[in-house]
Structures are given as C-alpha cells and as structure tokens.
Design a protein around this ligand. Structure first.
Ligand SMILES: [Mg+2]
Length: 389
C-alpha cells in the first residue's frame, strides 16, 4: 500500500509546539507520528527535517510496510543520520512512528501487537507538571498533595529550578552553582514536599544536568536521608564518564536518556554501567522500533526502561503501545494537567489522557495507536502539505 500524502503540523499547545506528522496511503488510511523536540528551541528545525527526509526517502510510491527500509536508507545514506543528534533523529522518528501506525491500521491491529503483544495491561504513570501554576516555593507542598489526591502514586520534581513569576520553571546553569545556597534551598524544598505527600508516594528528581559532578554528588549524599526513586540526568548528556562517576558515588538510582539519539548513544551508557534506568524519547531517539531495540539492550544489562514523554497526545498514545510491550517497563512519564491547556489534547480524537484513572494508563486495543486527528482543529495548524506518490 503506497504512501501518497503527508501533512506536517505545528500545534500550539501551552509552552510547547508539538510537530505532528500525518501520512496517508492511497486508500485513505492515515497514520500519525511526532518529532519530539517540542519544548525548548528546535521544533521548526524538526518539522523541516521531517520534510527533507520525506522528500528524499518517502517519495515515488513507498510502501507503508517498509518502515525499516526507509529508516536504514536514511541512516546509511542521509549522511547526518550517523552520529545524528535530536533534530536529525526526531525527523526519522516521526516518519517511522507514522509508518508503524499505518502498518498496524492496514493490518487491523493495535501497534502493541506488532511489537510482540501486550505484556502490561495497564501502566503506572508518574505525575510531572504538578507544580504548574505555583509562583513561589510555599505553594509546592500543596500542589504535590493535589497530585496525590488526583490518584498519582509518584511525582517528579526539579529541585534546582527557579519558579518564575508566570509559573514556568527556569533550570539553573552549571555556572551558577558557586552559590552554595542552591543545594540548601533544594533540600528544604524536597523535605517539605516529602513531608506533604507522606512516605507512600514515590518522588523522582530531575537535575536536568544542572550542577557540576562534585555538587551533584554532594547534593545526592545530603538528600540520601529522603527516599528518592531516581535521580534523572545527573550529568551533561553525552558525558558518560561523569555519569558513571556520579552513579558510583551516590546511593540513589540514576536515570538518563531523553537527550540521547539512537541505539549507538545508549550503547556507551550501558557498556560503562553508567545508569540504572533508561529514558529514551521515542520521538527523538529514532522511533518506536529504535526505542524497542534500546529497551532490549537495556534489558541485557539489567536496566529498567521508561520512555521519556514531554510532547503531545499523539506521543502519549505511542508511548502507551511501546510500554505495554516492554518486559523491563518501569514508569510512564505523564503530564496530567497539560490536557487542560487549550490545544494540548483537543486536536486528536479519543486521547489516551481521557482514560487515565488513579495514576494508571489502561492499555487499549484500538487499531494503530488508537488516536487520529480532529480535522477541524488540526487543519488550522498545517505547516506543510506534500504529495508523495
Ligand atoms: Mg528530564
């Protein structure tokens, strides 16, 4: 079944700008994918990368069943695929993800069936973004309690971030950590949040590679009395040696991966025994099958895997299908309060977000990823349309 059309969307959604790809086959079947660098700077580049890869490798009657062939042609011959970073790999991620959706829909099965079948019938989700709307530290414990009251058994926080007056978080830079009050303030926040949610709720900390390794180790040692599920991105992405050094020196498990593109970047982390949990982002590491490979590599080293998800409702559904099939699945990242932001979920029909209850994501058996675009909303945000036949 030939792919004949593509539409690339840039969807305004709060502080992020998701890049969503819809591929269409000659019989009108539609499949969705997403290039997941919607936060920070880079979504226009990702949209352009999707366009360029489609123009070169998905043109002239490519079969919807040839996702692996497209991926490998791009990787082997696109030049920037080898050693490629998130912009490059998010482009091929969106295409591979959308082609897998097409394949599943053409076969009339959910994507998790193509991944070997469902191992997990429901997925535990940890709550991120529960701090949105807080404008000062004193509001954090109450916001954390609210997330727990909403059913979440785990919350993630950024202990070093500054809460800006408009409620956004500003992550610190390595160069600011000569101010030693940063660590004291982070510990105070953490203790207050732990005290508010009690001992039964898991707390994860994302350091966003914010401190130098010596300060990271110092912070983690001082935080050791507080039960922490994992420390995320304790070192600069790509500095595997620092990651391994930190892991050896602290008692908490470490997690890494949202800024590592392709199985080749993860190989270094595994060989160096530099982390306990991998967090590949399906939408920028190379797609669903690439993330499945990374998860299998992780399994052989005894690591847990939790797909990093900081994107649109399309990625929530994609992540659900992959996580359902992973024997070493750990937690699903989720931003439950984003669905209240106009634009975040209302451009798709039947968002997974609507089915989440008590912090659990029930895995459905709808065809493909189970989500499709709401045409009247999505068509307002078309970035490019392409004829590929
Ligand atoms: Mg993170």
């Amino acid at each position: 079944m030939k792919i004949t059309k593509a539409r690339i969307y840039k969807i305004p959604s709060g502080g992020i700008s998701p890049v969503v790809l819809e591929l269409e086959t000659e019989d009108g079947t539609k499949g969705l994918g997403e290039a997941c660098i919607a936060y920070g700077a880079g979504s226009t580049a990702a949209a352009g990368m999707v366009y360029d890869i489609l123009e070169r490798y998905v043109i002239g009657g490519v079969s919807a069943f040839d996702g692996e062939k497209v991926w490998n042609r791009f990787y082997d011959h696109g030049f920037w695929g080898k050693g490629g970073g998130p912009v490059i790999m998010s482009g091929i991620s969106a295409i591979e993800t959308a082609m897998l959706d097409l394949k599943a829909r053409l076969l009339g099965v959910p994507v998790h069936t193509l991944l070997g079948g469902k191992i997990n019938d429901s997925l535990r989700a940890y709550c991120n973004g529960w701090y949105f709307g807080c404008t000062e530290d004193a509001q954090l414990p109450g916001a954390a309690e609210k997330a727990v009251a909403d059913g979440y058994k785990a919350i993630k926080f950024y202990p070093f971030a500054t809460i800006l007056p408009e409620g956004r978080l500003l992550h610190p830079s390595l160069r600011s950590t000569s101010d030693q009050t940063v660590i004291a303030k982070a510990l105070k926040r953490l203790k207050e949040i732990r005290s508010a949610v009690g001992d039964d709720v898991e707390i994860m900390l994302d350091l966003t590679a914010s401190l130098t390794p010596d300060d990271t180790i110092r912070f983690c040692r001082e935080a050791a009395e507080i039960d922490i599920t994992f420390i995320e991105e304790p070192a600069i992405p790509g500095d595997t040696r620092a990651l391994a050094d930190i892991r050896r020196e602290i008692s908490q498990p470490t997690a890494v991966g949202e800024r590592l593109a392709s199985r080749y970047a993860f190989r270094d982390v595994l060989e160096a025994r530099a982390a306990d949990i991998l967090q590949p982002d399906i939408g920028n590491t190379g797609g669903v099958m690439e993330t499945r490979r990374i998860a299998a590599m992780a399994e052989t080293y005894g690591l847990k895997v939790q797909p990093h998800i900081c994107a649109s409702a399309v990625s929530t559904a994609v992540g659900m299908h992959l996580s359902a099939s992973l024997p070493n699945f750990y937690w699903q990242e989720h931003f439950p309060y984003w669905s209240r932001i106009p634009g975040h979920t209302d451009f798709v029909e039947a968002p997974v977000e609507d089915t989440i209850k008590d912090g659990m994501i029930p895995v459905n058996d709808l065809q493909g990823y189970g989500v499709s675009l709401r045409k009247e909303v999505a068509e307002q945000h078309i970035w490019a349309e392409m004829e590929l036949a």
